[in-house]
Design a protein around this ligand. Structure first.
Ligand SMILES: Cc1cc2nc3c(=O)[nH]c(=O)nc-3n(C[C@H](O)[C@H](O)[C@H](O)COP(=O)(O)O)c2cc1C
Length: 469
């Protein structure tokens, strides 16, 4: 099914395409269910709409939120969502994905306190004092995608030929030791305590997108380790860290964003059919969620795919990143995959509030799909990612008018992803161009330069090979 851009003149045309492709993407006329209450962590959220975590690469070198970070979150706060899931925030210096990634530690705690305070205040000012936001901070170690001072400094849980090749890692590149992972558990606990002091309601031990904790879930090929091989060992880091936070940090809940399908061939992917990496197998993710449920996870955010490997899995788009080919997949197939996997988890755990994502590509039609998902009990909460950067007031617009302004929605151009890749502050270069167009230009320049060097190296390697042969 070749890739096709979004070009539907009306909802009927979209529905026709869905049907032609034989996909299960339900749409509902009535979106009012999105504004029905839901209980999460003993609090009533008045609507089902969630701001998904989106790394902004706009912290200061110390890891503190900057004025740009504050701007992003204040825009979300006045946008009408009640649950804001803050972006991937490093728990250690060697776990940062770029020198501008947020990093929570004693020295930056007050910066996070201010971020929480100003986010809540912005909502209170706009919606009155009884308005209550639920704020979750995503804690991470970037693992194989970690960088020190902008240079790759991978911390890997297992070797993975596909991903190792991208980073130029040889088979003798050392794996992170069990001792270092034991110590890292305590770094997560310390970060969770700081998050509580800063005023967050909950923390997310990020377990998605191939970062360290997610890679460990798939560490079938990690030899002689308490963190590799068996299901118990592979899930140990996540489960033990969550248990420790729960035990040691009072007044804060623990959750995760969990990739339930890595789409990497066995033995390197989690949630993957051992004979066919194109086929998910959710038996292990479900077994893990059962364990997380037993540690009182009050909700779960579902994700999939490894953006650094196949970005279209997690972020169906119209235009790829610079230098990338268009995938041989219609974005609607990607959207349907998101919905199918999320539904399977929600159906398996009907009392667990599950956050569903992957909607931005559907533009202004997305609320109809989201409403159908909630109506059919295939998801409890609906998260938007890229759409927030483009249109931070989308929840208010939906509440007031029952529809989204199609001139303001995300166009899935991958510019925000490009900015993140270049470690430039992330925002919407299309709808917030005054603030982000220059950042995108800088990111594009960097990407073209990297591409030029890669091509030159490849040419020279080919020539060398030819001479040898
Ligand atoms: C620039 C960018 C930054 C992102 N940062 C994070 C992050 O910090 N944590 C995370 O779990 N997902 C992150 N994501 C993934 C999004 O949360 C979301 O899952 C994805 O974009 C699909 O949702 P959408 O179709 O609504 O954009 C990021 C995506 C983009 C494009």
């Amino acid at each position: 099914m070749p890739h096709e851009r979004f070009r539907f003149k009306d909802r009927l045309a979209l529905e026709r395409r869905i049907s032609d492709l034989g996909l299960d993407i339900p749409l509902s006329d009535d979106i009012s269910i999105l504004f029905s209450p839901v209980v999460v962590a003993r609090k009533v959220l008045p609507n089902r709409l969630v701001i998904l975590p989106m790394e902004g690469a706009d912290g200061d070198p110390a890891g503190r939120p900057s004025e740009l970070t504050l701007r992003r979150y204040k825009r979300y706060a006045v946008g009408g969502a009640h649950l804001i899931w803050f972006e991937a925030t490093a728990v250690t210096s060697d776990g940062r994905s770029n020198p501008r990634q947020l990093w929570i530690r004693p020295e930056t705690r007050d910066g996070f306190k201010r971020l929480v305070k100003e986010t809540r205040l912005a909502a209170h000012r706009k919606f009155r004092s009884e308005y209550n936001l639920m704020l979750i901070l995503q804690l991470t170690h970037s693992g194989r995608f970690a960088k020190l001072e902008g240079q790759p400094a991978p911390v890997i849980g297992q070797h993975n030929p596909l991903l190792d090749a991208k980073l130029g890692l040889t088979p003798d590149y050392p794996l992170v030791s069990d001792g270092a992972l034991d110590a890292l558990q305590d770094d997560y606990v310390a970060a969770a305590e700081l998050a509580r002091e800063a005023g967050f309601d909950g923390v997310d031990i990020k377990a998605c997108h191939g970062y360290l904790v997610s890679e460990l879930l798939a560490a079938f090929a990690r030899p002689d380790s308490r963190y590799g091989g068996s299901f118990e060992n592979r899930t140990r880091f996540l489960v033990e860290t969550a248990e420790k936070i729960k035990l040691r940090v009072r007044g804060l809940f623990v959750t995760s964003r969990l990739s339930v399908y890595d789409a990497l061939p066995f033995p390197h992917g989690f949630g993957v059919n051992r004979d066919d990496p194109d086929e998910p197998d959710l038996s292990e993710p479900k077994k893990l969620i059962k364990k997380l449920r037993n540690i009182d996870y009050p909700l779960l955010n579902i994700s999939l795919g490894i953006p650094a490997h196949q970005s279209h899995y997690g972020r169906p788009f119209d235009k790829p990143l610079i230098g990338q080919d268009l995938p041989d997949e219609d974005p609607l197939v990607g959207v349907a995959r998101w919905l199918r996997l999320t539904s399977e988890i929600q159906k398996g755990f009907p009392t667990l509030p599950v956050v569903s994502a992957g909607y931005s590509w559907l533009r202004h039609y997305f609320p109809h799909v989201a409403a159908a998902m909630v109506e059919r009990e295939k998801a409890s909460l609906i998260g938007l990612g890229r759409g927030n950067l483009a249109y931070p007031g989308w929840v208010n617009a939906l509440a007031a008018d029952g529809l989204l302004d199609q001139r303001k929605v995300c166009v899935c151009c991958s510019k925000c992803s490009q900015m993140l890749r270049a470690a430039r502050p992330v925002g919407c270069a299309v709808h917030d161009s005054g603030n982000y167009q220059a950042e995108y230009r800088a990111a594009r320049k960097k990407a073209k330069e990297v591409l030029r060097i890669e091509k030159k190296t490849a040419r020279s390697n080919r020539r060398k090979k030819k001479r040898k042969g």
